[in-house]
Design a protein around this ligand. Structure first.
Ligand SMILES: [Zn+2]
Length: 346
């Protein structure tokens, strides 16, 4: 009997012990699971998520570099496409490097355009600029808008013009000749236009009046042919993703016959031609050419006012002229003081 009681007690104690061990086991495995989950969460919160958010943020918040035109309201639709990035189930299936959006270099050529991502903020559609300039449409901007345009380059003076623009932090549009791109263009120079926030346009390949306008009448086929040839030369330095839809007729569209046909042939290819409504006078005959920097600035402002004073100035200059980079400082100041901001043509 005693033996039985003893056995019974023993059995009860063993049973208790077993239960206690099971409880302890459950307790410790729960603690283990909690620890693992906690550590995982901590890892996600402190390492992986910030990394993912940082990747998203650095893209969203990438500031526009200072160069260019500080006063002008950015046209946001032209900035690289930004998508809010919220990781839903991080870590598990989607590796961070695949989900984080590609970070764009804002000074790089925007694919299929004539300017950098950065310059998109102040790049204006040439069709609009033409309409504003001619008074066919009212410019709604708060400040007046100026386009510094430089024809006939690249040339040994071009770097000097670029230096002046850089010093003032203002952009310009360069109407290149294919022939000069082939003779004087280097990948470094062509990239400089883009990296420093300027726009590139086409001004024919040869600038040869007798070829482009035989008998003073425009030949649309030759104009298109030279447009293509020049774009190919530029692409030789900037790559296939370069494109431009901006053209200026050598001598200006007002100087020749059969222009409607030529303009329509360009338009059919999505190319818009543009003249100017302000002249620096840098290519005028010597007796009329402004002889000081003050005179050049005043000449540009006067021709702008004489041409209707319509808030939008497209200023004709030539980087091949020796005095242009020397006089340019004053011209820029003159337009800045008159309340203009600066844009590029696209
Ligand atoms: Zn020219």
């Amino acid at each position: 009997m005693e033996d039985y009681i003893y056995k019974r007690q023993n059995f009860n104690q063993r049973e208790k012990l077993r239960k206690k061990r099971r409880r302890r086991k459950i307790f410790f495995s729960s603690v283990g699971v909690a620890l693992v989950l906690g550590a995982g969460g901590f890892f996600l919160r402190n390492t992986l998520l910030p990394k993912l958010q940082e990747a998203g943020d650095s893209f969203v918040k990438a500031p526009l570099p200072e160069a260019g035109n500080p006063g002008e309201a950015p046209k946001s639709e032209e900035l690289p496409e930004v998508k809010e990035f919220t990781p839903k189930r991080p870590a598990e299936k989607i590796p961070a490097e695949k989900t984080a959006p590609e970070v764009k270099d804002l000074k790089r050529l925007k694919e299929g355009s004539n300017h950098s991502y950065e310059a998109s903020a102040y790049a204006y559609d040439t069709r609009d600029v033409k309409a504003w300039m001619r008074g066919r449409k009212d410019f709604e901007g708060e400040k007046n808008l100026a386009f510094l345009t430089f024809d006939d380059g690249p040339h040994k003076n071009t770097e000097k013009v670029l230096d002046v623009l850089k010093r003032h932090g203002v952009p310009g549009t360069f109407f290149l000749l294919g022939d000069n791109v082939d003779k004087n263009g280097t990948p470094l120079l062509l990239q400089r236009y883009i990296e420093e926030g300027h726009g590139i346009a086409v001004h024919s390949y040869s600038h040869d009046y007798s070829y482009l306008y035989p008998g003073r009448s425009a030949r649309p086929d030759r104009i298109l042919e030279e447009y293509e040839k020049t774009r190919t030369s530029i692409r030789g330095h900037l790559g296939e993703s370069f494109d431009t839809h901006v053209f200026r007729f050598p001598g200006g569209s007002m100087s020749w016959k059969n222009m409607e046909e030529a303009q329509n042939a360009l338009l059919a290819e999505g190319i818009v031609d543009i003249d100017w409504n302000s002249m620096s006078g840098d290519a005028e005959p010597k007796n009329r050419r402004p002889a000081t920097s003050e005179a050049m600035g005043a000449y540009a402002m006067k021709t702008f006012r004489d041409n209707g004073d319509r808030k939008v100035a497209v200023i004709l200059m030539h980087d091949v002229q020796k005095t242009t980079p020397e006089y340019l400082d004053h011209l820029i100041d003159e337009f800045l003081e008159a309340g203009f901001t600066f844009g590029i043509l696209k």
